[in-house]
Design a binder for this molecule. Structure first.
Ligand code: GAL
Length: 670
C-alpha cells in the first residue's frame, strides 16, 4: 500500500470526505458560507483549481494567485485540507486563440474548437510548455502551504489528436517501437492491399478510411494515444515532485478505453476514480463494483474515489436523481471495494455553465434540500468507520481485463462480428461472482497470476505471448482457468496465431475451432449441459472439435448438433474450461459458480441474497465485513460467518443481520 496515501488518511483522521471546490465561480462572501457549511457536513478534503487556469493566468505568464492564497488560507484556518489541482485540462482562450496548433485534430481532419474543455493536442509542444509553466508556478507557490495535502494533476486525461503534433509524435513512437521501417511493414502486414511504406514521413495516424484501415496501424495508434497522454501527466508530476513529497494523482474514469490504466498506475502515488453510475439503472452498480475492483487491483491496495454525484448528473437524455439512500449505499460500496475517500463533483452547484443541473453536495436549493441532508448525515457518519482506512482485500479469483485485448476486439474491425463491447462482456462475467459474494481482483496481461486459484478471461481476442505462457503455466501448476469465446486468436501485432484456432490457447483448451459462427439476427441455440439440463445460448458459436478436452455442454439440434459448446480440459495439474458460445445468464452463473466452488474458493458470505454486496477488508489481523443491500424495495437477511460489531450502529451482531432496503453494515469481526 502506498505510504503516501496512508499518511494522507492519518492526516485526515480517517476517510476523506469532500469534493471538487470551484471558488473561482463565486465571491468571497460565498466562500465564507462554504467553509462554514463544509465544517457542518464533516468535509475534510476539497479539490481546488481543476478549471482555474483562466483565473490564475489571465494573460500568458501573468499570474493572479492572490485569490487562491485567500481560499487556501481560509480552508486551512477551518481545518479543511486541499487536493490542489493543476488546471491543465481547460486551457484558457489565449492559448488556443493565439496558438491554434494546440487544438486537437479530429479523425476527419478538423480541429476541435475552444469553448468546452480538453481542447488540447497532448503532443503539442506549445501546450506542454504552457502546462509546465502553470503547473510549475502552482507547485512552487503552494508546495509549502499548510492546507495542501495532495496533488491532482490535470483532470480525466483523455483527448486524442489525429493530426498536428500528434502525427509527428506517432511517427517517433513507431520508430522507437519498431526501429526500422521493415519491422513496421512486417508488423502492420502491409503486403496486404499494397500498403508498404518506403519512408517514415509517409506514416500517419489512421485517417477516416475509404473502406477499412490497417488493423495494426489502428491498434498502434491506440497504444500511442495512451502513451502520449501519460507523458503529459509525467511532465507535470515531475515538476510537482521537485517541490513536494505529497501524494500525486490524476483521476481515472469508468471503463475509459483511451488510456491503459495498467501502464499508468505505477506512475501515480495513488489511483483515483470518477464514477457516475446511472441512478435510473440501479443495475449499474455491477459495473461500478467492477470499476472499483479494478482501481483496487491497479495498485493492489486502497484508492481514491475522487468524484461521484450527490444525486443526478447532467450528461444523459434523462438525468434521474439518486433516490433516498442511494448516495450513501454507493459511497459505502466504493469503500467496501477499497476506497479510502468519499469525494464528489462538486461542492456547490454552479448557477450557470453546462453542468448547472449536475447535482452537488450543496445544491441550488441549499441546506433545506433532501440531498444536502443525506450528504451532511454521511459526512458526520464516516468517522465511525475511520479505522478501515489502509485495510486491504485478498481474492482467490482474478478476472483478466486488459487494454490491448479491448483495443484489439473493438478498434480494429474486420472480425467475424464487430459489435463486441469488451466492458459489457467483462461486466457479464463479473456479475455472477459479485452476486455470489466471491472476492475478485482484476488482472492485466502483465499481472502475476500465481497467487490465485481461478483466473477468468471473459475475452482475450488479442494476447501477448507472455500472457499466454503465464496462463498456461498457471493451469499447469494446478490453477483453474475459464476462457470466453473468440480468445487467443491473434498476437500483439493482430496477426492470427497458428495453429488456428485459437492459436494461443489451443492446447490449453484441448479443442480447436475450425470456424467462428456469429449468430444470425435473433438466432438462439439449445445446449445440453453435463448435468442433463438444457440451456439457451445465442450470439456466437464456435464450430469446435475436441482434442484432449471433453465436452461440458453440447449443442442440441441445429447444424452443430452434438458438437461441443463448452469444453473442459485437464492441463498439467489444472483445469481449463472454455465457452464457445454465450450461455443464458442463469446457466452461465451456475457454470461459473460451480467452477469457482470446485476450485475450493469460498465466498465472503455464504448466505445472502444476490442484491447484497459483501466484501472483506483487513488490516493488522482485523477483518471488516462490508454488507450493502442494493435493493430499493426489499430488506435482506445475511447469515454472518463471524460475530462482530457493526461500526455504523456500534451494536454487537451475531448469527445473522437484517439490512433495510439500501441499508449498509460494516462489521468489525473478531
Ligand atoms: C467528470 C469531470 C467533472 C465533471 C463531472 C460531472 O467527468 O471530471 O469535471 O464534469 O464529470 O459531469
Amino acid at each position: 500500500m502506498s505510504e503516501l496515501l496512508a499518511a494522507l488518511s492519518r492526516r485526515l483522521g480517517g476517510i476523506a470526505f469532500g469534493g471538487d471546490y470551484n471558488p473561482e465561480q463565486w465571491g468571497r462572501e460565498v466562500w465564507l458560507e462554504d467553509v462554514a457549511l463544509m465544517k457542518k457536513a464533516g468535509v475534510n478534503l476539497v479539490t481546488v483549481g481543476v478549471f482555474a487556469w483562466a483565473s490564475l493566468e489571465p494573460t500568458p505568464g501573468e499570474f493572479t494567485f492572490e485569490w487562491l492564497d485567500d481560499v487556501l488560507n481560509l480552508l486551512h484556518e477551518n481545518g479543511i485540507s486541499v487536493d490542489l489541482a493543476t488546471p491543465t485540462m481547460a486551457p484558457p482562450v489565449w492559448l488556443s486563440h493565439g496558438h491554434p496548433e494546440v487544438l486537437p485534430i479530429r479523425e476527419d481532419g478538423y480541429p476541435f474548437g475552444f469553448g468546452n474543455r480538453l481542447h488540447y493536442d497532448p503532443a503539442s509542444p506549445r501546450y506542454r510548455e504552457a502546462a509546465a509553466r502553470i503547473a510549475g508556478a502552482i507547485a512552487e507557490r503552494y508546495a509549502g502551504h499548510p492546507a495542501v495535502a495532495m496533488w491532482h494533476v490535470s483532470n480525466e486525461y483523455g483527448p486524442t489528436s489525429w493530426g498536428g503534433a500528434s502525427a509527428d509524435a506517432f511517427r517517433a513512437w513507431l520508430q522507437k517501437r519498431y526501429g526500422t521501417l521493415d519491422a513496421l511493414n512486417d508488423a502492420w502486414y502491409t503486403r496486404f492491399w499494397g500498403q508498404r511504406y518506403t519512408a517514415w514521413e509517409q506514416v500517419s495516424p489512421p485517417e477516416i478510411p475509404r473502406t477499412w484501415s490497417n488493423a495494426t496501424r489502428r491498434l498502434d495508434f491506440k497504444r500511442f494515444a495512451s502513451d502520449v497522454l501519460l507523458e503529459c501527466f509525467q511532465l507535470e508530476r515531475d515538476i510537482i515532485r521537485r517541490h513536494s513529497d505529497l501524494p500525486i494523482t490524476t483521476n481515472f474514469m469508468r471503463f475509459y478505453k483511451n488510456a491503459d490504466y495498467w501502464a499508468w498506475a505505477p506512475e501515480l502515488d495513488a489511483v483515483s476514480l470518477d464514477i457516475y453510475p446511472n441512478p435510473g439503472e440501479p443495475d449499474s452498480r455491477v459495473a461500478a463494483a467492477l470499476n472499483f475492483d479494478l482501481m483496487r487491483s491497479l495498485k493492489d491496495g486502497p484508492w481514491i474515489l475522487m468524484e461521484q454525484a450527490a444525486s443526478s448528473v447532467s450528461q444523459w437524455q434523462v438525468n434521474n436523481v439518486k433516490r433516498p439512500g442511494m448516495m450513501r449505499a454507493g459511497s459505502y460500496q466504493a469503500v467496501a471495494h477499497g476506497a479510502d475517500t468519499v469525494l464528489f463533483f462538486q461542492w456547490r452547484a454552479s448557477r450557470g455553465g453546462h453542468e448547472r443541473f449536475h447535482s452537488a453536495m450543496l445544491p441550488h436549493s441549499g441546506t433545506g434540500a433532501r440531498s444536502w441532508q443525506e450528504i451532511e448525515a454521511l459526512g458526520n457518519e464516516l468517522g465511525r468507520v475511520a479505522e478501515v482506512t489502509g485495510s486491504t482485500s485478498a481474492a482467490d479469483v482474478a478476472l483478466v481485463f486488459d487494454w490491448s485485448a479491448w483495443w484489439g476486439l473493438m478498434d480494429t474491425h474486420g472480425l467475424p462480428r464487430n459489435d463486441w463491447d469488451y466492458a459489457t462482456l467483462a461486466t457479464q462475467w463479473y456479475r455472477p461472482l459479485l452476486e455470489s459474494h466471491v472476492a475478485v481482483d482484476l488482472a492485466g496481461f502483465a499481472s502475476d497470476l500465481s497467487r490465485y486459484r481461478v483466473v477468468v478471461v471473459p475475452n482475450a481476442y488479442l494476447v501477448t505471448e507472455a500472457f499466454a505462457e503465464r496462463l498456461a503455466a498457471f493451469a499447469e501448476a494446478g490453477g483453474t482457468v475459464v476462457i470466453g469465446m473468440f480468445s487467443g486468436v491473434v498476437n500483439e501485432d493482430n496477426e492470427v496465431m497458428q495453429p488456428a484456432y485459437p492459436g494461443a490457447f489451443r492446447s490449453l483448451i484441448g479443442a480447436y475451432v475450425d470456424e467462428y459462427w456469429p449468430a444470425r439476427e435473433g438466432e438462439s441455440f439449445t445446449v445440453r449441459l453435463a448435468s442433463g439440463a438444457a440451456a439457451a445460448a445465442d450470439w456466437w458459436q464456435d464450430s469446435m472439435t475436441l482434442e484432449s478436452g471433453s465436452a461440458l455442454a453440447v449443442y442440441e439440434g441445429g447444424l452443430l448438433d452434438g458438437r461441443p459448446a463448452v469444453v473442459e480440459n485437464r492441463y498439467g495439474a489444472g483445469r481449463v474450461v472454455y465457452l464457445g458460445t454465450r450461455l443464458e445468464a442463469s446457466a452461465f452463473a451456475a457454470l461459473i459458480d460451480g467452477v469457482v466452488a470446485d476450485a475450493g474458493v469460498a465466498p465472503v458470505v455464504a448466505d445472502a441474497p444476490a442484491a447484497v454486496e459483501a466484501t472483506l477488508r483487513s488490516k493488522g489481523g482485523v477483518d471488516y465485513l462490508f454488507l450493502i443491500n442494493h435493493s430499493e424495495a426489499d430488506a435482506a437477511r445475511v447469515g454472518l460467518p463471524r460475530d462482530g460489531v457493526d461500526l455504523l450502529t456500534g451494536s454487537p451482531v451475531s448469527g445473522s443481520l437484517s439490512l433495510a432496503p439500501l441499508g449498509v453494515a460494516v462489521v468489525r469481526c473478531g
